[in-house]
Structures are given as structure tokens and as C-alpha cells.
Design a protein around this ligand. Structure first.
Ligand SMILES: Nc1ncnc2c1ncn2[C@@H]1O[C@H](COP(=O)(O)OP(=O)(O)OP(=O)(O)O)[C@@H](O)[C@H]1O
Ligand SMILES: [Mg+2]
Length: 432
């Protein structure tokens, strides 16, 4: 159904001005007529004076300076300006950089994202002043000549390395009747994050296969030896079987770690609801590690609070955190001869939080390795760590678990002085 107001001229339409003028004229004539009737019928001087004054005021309004202002206000805005406002508003809401240039590569329009990407970008100036990429600038020429779109990769190195895919498309403005010259439109799509994930995925598969291939190759070698030359050598068989058991164990541990990492990742958005006393998890873990550590000459010293330190957590996951940190401290900090574990409850504006810290006095970690320690398969000295049975997944698991518990993991180290791993977790309110 059509709206009845559709046929009525809108106040901003070109017909609205003359209509308003006709209304003024009508009112003027009506006032003069009323005052004439009042005079003829003898209603008194008052009515006559009122009619004449209204007529004078109306005619002044209609013919005076108001008429001009009224006319201006009622004038419709030019069509092309309305369109470019809309284009500007649209461009401003596009989160990716968009730039329009004319046939001489002079910038016609650019949105905020484009100005952020290219701070030197200015309207009415050549694009080449702000974008120093011969590939993109040549691409624009190509699109102008051929009239077909093109995709080009463009990398920014400063302030951080970013990669974009630039889509250059011809802009046939005359055909669109938008009152702009023809040229090209450039859309920039940020590929940095996608590339980083691609590299991570490829690295992950390469690392996982490499870690599995080594023990698997060793296992196959021993199986062949046992089937061939060592078939009847009872002593060699015993020794080889033990090596095979250790290698198979290593493969099993790697697969278990990978599975638990992916399980933790899958649950990363679900906060744990179980209330757990951290002290009751640390104490038994210290007891578990103490005998083996003592054999290596490492003393594990723990200072735990008397009262319980409750957090909302997954018991098994928190045990893995404590286990990984103590295991690393004993394994890599062996030369320091001691490992100190403390658990405290600290008050803060955001509420109380628990602080678990594991400190060793071994060789420590050089600063350049610190930011990468929690990456999967990252090891400071891969050969040394592998000799100790490490796969480089322990701290990645710790980091994921701490994140899931809305906590924080800090690693501090002075090379030669040892390393300190600190886990901060928000405490569960008492009484819940
Ligand atoms: N306390 C520490 N002192 C010195 N270096 C450490 C310490 N803890 C970890 N590292 C270094 O960080 C690397 C990564 O540790 P992470 O626990 O993730 O792996 P891993 O111990 O090698 O293997 P996994 O824990 O899977 O058995 C280790 O290989 C080691 O080089
Ligand atoms: Mg470890």
C-alpha cells in the first residue's frame, strides 16, 4: 500500500518554497478582508486595527529579509553533496583502510583507517607522498589502463611488521553519475594475524612430527636389530627393550601433553566453578618431588600459609601447573641445589588474590628467551632439554591453564642467579 503522504511535497522538496509563499499571500488577503468586514459591519475600531496590523506584519514577513532566509532554509541540498556525505559516512564505518584516487593518482577520499595506516596521507595530494610501494602504484596504473581489478600484497615494516592484501578496483564514476572523476578504489585487508596463525600451524605440525619421528625411528631401528643380528643375544635384547620402553614412554607423554593442551584450549572460555584450596595441592606435590630431588642434591623448601587459600579452579589442571613448575625448577635449576616454593594471599583493590611462586638458583634464562618460553615446543637449549626428557610443552600447558583460571603467569630471571615463576590467581570469596 502506498503512503498518502507520498504525493505531498516534502518540506525540503523544490515545490515547498512556492507553496509556503502562496499560504502567506492567502493569509494576507484573509486579514485585509476580515478588517474590511469588521469596518462594514461596525464591529468597532479595535478589530479593524488588528486586521490591518496582522496584514502589515504578514506582508513584511513574506517580502522582507525573512522571506530570503525562509527561502534558503527551504531550498533542497544539492543531490551530489547528499551522496558524497553518504559515501563519507559509509567509508568512516569501514574498519579496513579504503582510499579513492583519480587518474593522476591524487587522493580524492580516504577513511580514518587509511589515515591511521598512512599518516602522511592527504586529500588532493598524490598517493605516492604517503604510500611508498612501487608495486601498488604500478598496480593502479595497470588497473587504469586495463579497467579490471587487481590484488597486490603490501607490507609495512614500521612501527610493526604488517602485511596487507590491496584490492585495486576501477572506479567508473561517470557511469554512476556521482559527480566525481573516474580513478581507482584501493581496499586494504590486514593479513598479519592470518599469516601468523598459518606460520604457527605449520610450525606446530612440523614440531609435533619431528618430536614423534625421533623416538619412532629409534624404536624401528631396535626392532630390526632384534629381528636380525641380535636375535639370539639375550643380554642385548634386555638392554634394547629397556631403550624401546623409554622411547615409547616419551611418545606417549608427548601425545598426552598434546591432547591435554587441546582439551584445555577447548575449555578456555568456561571458567572453573570448583572451590579448591591451593595449599592442599602444593603440599603433596612437594612430597612427591622431594625424594628424587634429594637424590640430585636439590632441597625443596616450601612456605605455605596456615589457613586455606581458596580459588575457583579445576583441581587436576592446577595440579599440572604446580607439577610442571616444580619439575622444571628441579630439572633445570639443579646446580642451584635448592628450590623455594611460597604460597601467599595478598589483598588488592580488586579483592584478594593468591600468589604461588617457584624459585630456583640454577643457571637462569637469558632475557631474549623469556617472552617465548610459553610457546609450544619452545626450548632454550633443545638438545639439553630433550636429554632431560622435555618436549617444550610444559610451560605452554601452564600458561593455558592459568589463562583459563583468569590468572597471570610471570617469569623473571637473572642469568646465573636462577629463575622465578609466579602464578597469580583471584581468590574465591569466603563463605561461597
Ligand atoms: N627453571 C628453569 N630454569 C631454566 N630454564 C628453564 C626453567 N624452566 C624452563 N626452562 C626452559 O624453558 C624451556 C621450556 O620449558 P617447558 O617446561 O615448556 O618445556 P620442557 O621442560 O623442555 O618440556 P616438558 O615440560 O614438556 O617436559 C625448557 O626447555 C628450558 O629450556
Ligand atoms: Mg617442563
Amino acid at each position: 500500500m502506498s503512503d498518502p503522504s507520498e504525493n505531498r511535497p516534502a518540506s525540503g522538496s523544490p515545490e515547498a518554497g512556492p507553496l509556503r509563499m502562496a499560504a502567506f499571500r492567502g493569509a494576507l488577503v484573509a486579514c485585509l478582508l476580515l478588517s474590511a468586514i469588521a469596518l462594514w459591519r461596525g464591529y468597532g475600531d479595535g478589530w479593524f486595527v488588528l486586521g490591518v496590523v496582522s496584514a502589515i506584519v504578514l506582508s513584511a514577513l513574506a517580502g522582507g529579509p525573512y522571506r530570503k532566509r525562509l527561502g534558503e532554509a527551504l531550498q533542497p541540498r544539492p543531490k551530489s553533496s547528499g551522496r558524497s556525505d553518504m559515501a563519507e559516512a559509509l567509508l568512516a564505518h569501514i574498519p579496513d583502510p579504503v582510499i579513492m584516487v583519480d587518474r593522476r593518482q591524487v587522493v580524492l577520499e580516504a577513511n580514518k583507517a587509511a589515515h591511521r595506516l598512512l599518516p602522511g596521507l592527504k586529500i588532493s595530494q598524490p598517493l605516492s607522498f604517503a604510500l611508498r610501494s612501487p608495486d601498488v602504484l604500478d598496480g593502479i596504473e595497470e588497473v587504469l589502463e586495463a579497467g579490471t581489478s587487481l590484488r597486490i600484497e603490501y607490507s609495512e615494516r614500521v612501527p610493526t611488521e604488517r602485511t596487507f592484501e590491496v584490492h585495486i578496483g576501477p572506479l567508473q564514476a561517470e557511469a554512476l553519475n556521482v559527480g566525481v572523476q573516474s580513478g581507482v578504489v584501493l581496499f586494504f585487508r590486514d593479513l598479519t594475524e592470518a599469516r601468523r596463525l598459518e606460520v604457527m600451524r605449520a610450525d606446530f605440525v612440523a614440531n609435533a612430527s619431528h618430536e614423534l619421528r625421533t623416538p619412532l625411528a629409534s624404536l624401528l631401528g631396535f626392532v630390526e636389530t632384534l629381528q636380525g643380528p641380535a636375535r639370539d643375544d639375550l643380554k642385548a635384547r634386555e638392554r634394547f627393550l629397556e631403550i624401546m620402553r623409554v622411547q615409547a614412554q616419551r611418545m606417549k607423554r608427548l601425545i598426552d601433553d598434546l591432547l591435554s593442551l587441546s582439551r584445555i584450549e577447548m575449555r578456555s572460555h568456561v571458567s572453573p566453578t570448583q572451590k579448591v584450596d591451593l595449599g592442599s595441592l602444593v603440599a603433596p606435590m612437594v612430597e612427591t618431588f622431594s625424594p628424587a630431588a634429594k637424590e640430585k642434591g636439590v632441597a625443596i623448601r616450601a612456605v605455605l600459609p596456615e589457613r586455606p587459600v581458596h580459588v575457583f579452579g579445576d583441581r587436576d589442571e592446577l595440579l599440572r601447573v604446580i607439577e610442571n613448575l616444580i619439575e622444571n625448577a628441579v630439572k633445570y635449576g639443579e646446580s642451584g641445589k635448592a628450590v623455594d616454593i611460597t604460597l601467599e594471599s595478598i589483598e588488592s583493590e580488586a579483592g584478594p588474590y593468591s600468589v604461588l611462586s617457584v624459585q630456583d638458583y640454577g643457571p637462569g634464562i637469558a632475557p631474549e628467551h623469556l617472552p617465548r618460553l610459553t610457546e609450544r615446543f619452545y626450548r632454550v637449549d633443545a638438545a639439553h632439554s630433550r636429554d632431560k626428557g622435555g618436549t617444550g610443552l610444559g610451560l605452554a600447558i601452564v600458561k593455558h591453564i592459568v589463562n583459563r583460571h583468569r590468572g597471570q603467569l610471570d617469569i623473571a630471571s637473572e642469568p646465573g642467579q636462577g629463575a622465578r615463576f609466579t602464578v597469580r590467581l583471584p581468590e574465591a570469596p569466603t563463605g561461597e
